[in-house]
Design a protein around this ligand. Structure first.
Ligand code: XMP
Length: 510
């Protein structure tokens, strides 16, 4: 294990991912961890992340000084370097200019542990206000840049290392080499982290935790809940009961796909609730987006709890919570309510349902969940699926949600996705979607005047859905989608392409 001490850096997760990409397990802990707690994790190495504070300001974060006595190698990055420096007798000052962007490395000691295999003038990415002004005790300077003398420093005897730049970002040309020099070279960490290993330990852990009790898992059709369900099924077989609610707001063929895959292929106990009527009658006449979301959320909860009561004695609720959710939630070790996803959390659990949470994916990043899914035999189409909102097509059927409009939208969406897959672009796109607009327009088809509905297509690229840019399609792809939609979907005679980024737009329309 390599433990990343998080000083509030936007890049802490990236550091952990880079380490896991070397097949070394890595976990993020808050910087407040005590030396004793840290030692209990038996890490082969410790990485201090960067952070937004200045070590020169009062009350800025400090790790437990006992960590330096554990005899475990430490790599400090940016703020991590600075805090390690001042705690070990060095000084940190604010240079005249803050440094942001690229810098070229001058290698002073090519044989230094962190610099093995690093080229002269290697391109680094810097982002800092403060810098080390005098070396901590026992350290030497091994690399510098024109604006920053102490860019790479080390105390090879104690195995303490520090870099002012960010090796974890792609802009640092040889960033992985620096990290490997530390993780594999200095720490000699075990490269035993792979998805097969994860699955076998997760299966044991689930069996141990669940015993002979029963687990309930809601399937959404998305990749996280699917992987969680299949993994839990691998561990406990028929002690797992899945619930799948068809809210009538699903994509074309989705309910069938879920039923076939889980019931027929995996032989998982699956309760299928066809609740289309309940959802559509609750949504009748409603056009306001938030009102729609609230109704859909409430009917979902009611339906889900009804199914849960039919499932017999249940002790655990399985959730597809991922590592980023765990880190981002304010209390990673806090009570279950802190981590239940909001659509399961509306109004809390009813009195007669008392569940513990089972979150077998909470240590994984999204790409690792996909790898686990593949390893467990889930089809590529499921594993690589674009995100889909909980309220489904309800928030893409702009205006009133009716069965007829939903059917139209399902056809439009299916053609759009099919054309994207045909052009081999599906995996380049974060999310592609179609909306049906509450507008009609005049058209001409054959010799006839038409007056029909308008749809809007949207595709975006994104890292995390917080910001997004509209996708630049080759014009042919849009051309094929547009002509097929107008020809094949009854009731649509106009197709728009949405060129709004986020912000100011959101990804969904509602
Ligand atoms: P917006 O529209 O806010 O969406 O830019 C950001 C991402 O979140 C998805 N989304 C949801 N996911 N329940 C979900 O599980 C929801 O209610 C929900 N609303 C939006 C959206 O598809 C996009 O990926």
């Amino acid at each position: 294990t390599i433990v990343v001490l998080d000083f509030g850096a936007q890049y802490s997760q990236l550091i952990a991912r880079r380490v896991r990409e070397m097949h070394v397990y890595s976990q993020i802990v808050p910087y407040t961890i005590t030396a004793t707690e840290l030692a209990a994790l038996s890490p082969k190495g410790i990485i201090f992340s960067g952070g937004p504070s200045s070590v020169r300001s009062a009350g800025s974060p400090r790790p437990d000084a006992g960590i330096y006595e554990l005899g475990i190698p430490i790599l400090g990055i940016c703020y991590g370097l600075q805090v390690m420096s001042i705690q070990n007798g060095g000084t940190v000052e604010r240079p005249l200019k803050r440094e942001y962007g690229f810098a070229d490395l001058t290698v002073l000691h090519p044989e230094a542990s962190l610099l093995k295999g690093i080229s002269a003038n290697s391109r680094l990415w810097m982002s800092h206000g403060d810098a080390v002004a005098s070396l901590p005790d026992g350290f030497i300077q091994t690399g510098s840049t024109p604006n920053c003398p102490f860019t790479v420093i080390e105390n090879d005897e104690k195995h303490f290392y520090g870099v002012q730049f960010h090796p974890e970002v792609v802009h640092t040309a040889e960033g992985n080499q620096f990290l490997q020099n530390f993780v594999l070279g200095v720490c000699q960490a075990n490269q035993d982290w792979d998805m097969g290993f994860f699955i076998s330990t997760a299966v044991e852990e689930i069996r141990r935790k669940v015993g002979d009790k029963q687990v309930l898992c809601g399937l959404s059709g998305g990749v996280d809940s699917a992987v969680a369900a299949v993994l839990i099924h691998e561990a406990i077989g028929d002690q797992l009961v899945c619930v799948f609610v068809n809210n009538g707001l699903l994509r074309k063929g989705e309910a069938d796909m879920v039923l076939k895959l889980f019931r027929d292929h995996y032989n998982i106990r699956l309760q299928y609730a066809d609740a289309e009527d309940a959802f559509l009658s609750a949504l009748k006449g409603v056009t306001e987006p938030e009102a729609k979301r609230k109704i859909i959320g409430k009917v979902f909860i009611d339906t889900f709890y009804d199914e849960a009561r039919k499932a017999g004695e249940i002790s655990f609720l399985a959730q597809g919570t991922l590592y980023p959710d765990v880190i981002e939630s304010k209390s990673p070790s806090g009570g279950p309510s802190a981590t239940i996803k909001s659509h399961h959390n509306v109004g809390g659990l009813p009195e007669d349902l008392k569940w513990d949470l089972l979150e077998p994916l909470r240590e994984l990043f999204k790409d690792e969940v996909r790898a686990v899914g593949r390893e467990l035999g889930l089809p590529e189409e499921m594993v690589n699926r674009h995100p889909f909102p909980g309220p489904g097509l309800g928030v893409r059927c702009v205006g009133e949600v009716t069965k007829e409009r939903l059917d139209t939208l399902r056809d439009v969406d299916a053609i759009f996705i099919e054309e994207i897959r045909k052009a081999n672009l599906y995996d380049d796109i974060w999310q592609a979607l179609a909306c049906l607009l509450p507008v009609k327009s005049v058209g001409v088809q054959g010799d006839e005047r038409t007056y029909e509905e308008v749809c809007s297509l949207r595709a975006v690229t994104s890292e995390d859905a917080m910001t997004a840019d509209w996708y630049r399609f080759p014009p042919d792809v849009l051309q094929h989608a547009s002509s097929r939609i107008c020809n094949e979907v009854k009731g649509v005679n106009r197709v728009l392409y949405d060129i709004t980024s986020k912000p100011p737009g959101t990804i969904e329309w509602e």
